[in-house]
Design a protein around this ligand. Structure first.
Ligand code: SAM
Length: 463
């Protein structure tokens, strides 16, 4: 383990809760903490052979668990099926932060602005109501694919993935009820997990990050409704990126600070920013069972709490796409649970199922943002047959009536490698391969052979 930069240690010296000796010791100890968060939409009666007797609860996340050892996730088919997400435990506190600041039973429009690879987004999706919309955005193009992949595997229908710069959201004034900014930062909170982050750390980078964090927030704030909630987090210990940003927010806009009730046993340190007394919450690895993290929540003052006030500052209009015919709807509907609750649109011949309540939002968002993915891609209808898409296979809304073939672990891994599989499959046509009852993807049964349709780009390369 590289040594923690002296300049960082010096800068933390007088911060609340900072204990230099314990902090250095926990970094030198080599201890690694592994935690996962289960997907409540996919895990109901799965026998967790892999994790049995290992699971310990993360105090602030209902579906968060610590594992006593780090298994090879690549070799767990259920991981590829989106049944859980490997997520650092401190950052799961977002769940508690939202429970204490937002009415999660309401129908909300939620933005996760800095979303890749998707840890906070998958958590948000699990805790918002079924009639809420999550917009999961990532500005960096090369990182949007992994975000889309993780959102697809999570299987939800109420998520729209976008690829936009924060300033693009200014076209959506007064739109979101909740905005989460998990900001790009100098990364000191991850030193224990990621030795290279130590090499990359510098005081100058802390300053640059702090300026960028202010720019991101300034760009995004107009799209938060009055009365809406802003959650700001970093994995940095530096006050320039944490309490100073909280002060900047409170001084620059109409925000009030949100105070959380903490259980003392959690080891989380409450702080107040020097100028405006905004509350913030610090996670030190010598005090909590997790990595370094900072989180703070703010309420935007004012009372408008519906979307009527949304003004779209754009001239563009939605590309309409082609119409989905009644015949096509008849062909695809049997593939979905509760098909009547979905609307269907067609883009480039591909049919997309959207929860009906999202349709208007999608039109609005399409005229302001670049949409990478929305709802569930069903596939294409050719000669009165659906050629189903992988998104449908791993969606939580696929009908129980679709043919399923349950396989053992070795066969599941062969499937995920996109290799040939030995299967005694009878019948013909499209079928789902499942492992522990959770769908992994499509095969097509043909006379004398089986075609493996696992997406090429996602196949596992590990032998
Ligand atoms: N929320 C993610 C999760 O839980 O999986 C992690 C987000 S990471 C801390 C910060 C993200 O911000 C990165 O994906 C990064 O690409 C993105 N980012 C970098 N520069 C940005 C900018 N100027 N504006 C918005 N996002 C930016």
């Amino acid at each position: 383990m590289n040594k923690i930069p002296q300049a960082l240690l010096n800068s933390l010296n007088n911060l609340p809760g900072f204990d230099k000796e314990a902090f250095e010791k926990v970094h030198q100890s080599g201890e690694q903490i592994t935690s996962i968060r289960l997907n409540p939409a996919k895990i109901f009666n799965v026998q967790y052979s892999m994790f049995n007797a290992q699971l310990g609860a993360v105090a602030w996340s209902v579906h968060g668990h610590y594992l006593s050892t780090r298994p090879s996730f690549t070799l767990d088919p259920v991981f590829h099926a989106g049944a859980y997400y490997v997520q650092e435990a401190s950052s799961m506190f977002l769940e508690e932060a939202l429970k204490q600041s937002v009415d999660l039973s309401a129908s909300l429009k939620v933005l996760d602005l800095c979303a890749a690879p998707g840890g906070k987004s998958t958590l948000l999706q699990s805790i918002i109501s079924a009639d809420s919309l999550l917009v999961s955005n990532e500005v960096i193009k090369t990182r949007v694919n992994i975000l889309s992949e993780n959102i697809t595997k999570w299987g939800a229908s109420n998520v729209i993935v976008t690829n936009n710069d924060p300033k693009d959201f200014q076209r959506l004034e007064n739109y979101f009820d909740v905005i989460v900014v998990d900001a790009p930062c100098s990364g000191s909170g991850l030193f224990r997990k990621d030795n290279e982050a130590i090499e990359e750390w510098s005081e100058q980078n802390v300053q640059l990050c702090s300026q960028r964090q202010q720019r991101i927030l300034a760009d995004i704030l107009p799209s938060l409704k009055e009365g809406g909630t802003l959650i700001y987090s970093t994995c940095s210990y530096s006050k320039e990126e944490d309490e100073a940003i909280a002060d900047w927010l409170m001084l620059n806009d109409q925000f009030s600070t949100i105070h959380f009730q903490l259980n003392k046993d959690w080891g989380i340190v409450e702080t107040q920013s020097p100028q405006t007394n905004a509350y913030g919450y610090r996670f030190y690895p010598d005090k909590v069972k997790g990595e370094g993290f900072f989180i703070a929540a703010f309420k935007k003052e004012g009372t408008s709490n519906n979307a009527q006030g949304t003004r779209l500052k754009t001239q563009g209009s939605r590309s309409k796409g082609e119409k989905v015919t009644a015949k096509e709807i008849e062909i695809i509907s049997p593939y979905l649970k509760n098909a009547a609750s979905f609307s269907f649109i067609k883009l480039n011949e591909e049919i997309i199922a959207l929860p009906s309540f999202i349709e208007n939002d999608l039109s609005l968002l399409q005229s302001a943002l670049y949409i990478k993915k929305a709802g569930i891609k069903m596939g294409t209808v050719i000669r009165e047959e659906l050629i189903p898409d992988h998104e449908l296979a791993v969606s939580s809304f696929i009908s129980d009536n679709v043919t399923r073939i349950e396989v053992d672990k070795e066969t599941a891994l062969q499937y995920l490698r996109r290799a040939e599989m030995k299967l005694d499959a009878t019948g013909k046509g499209w079928a789902l391969i499942t492992y522990q009852q959770i769908p992994l993807g499509w095969i097509k049964i043909l006379p004398g052979r089986i075609n493996n349709y696992y997406p090429k780009d996602w196949r596992i390369l590990n032998k």
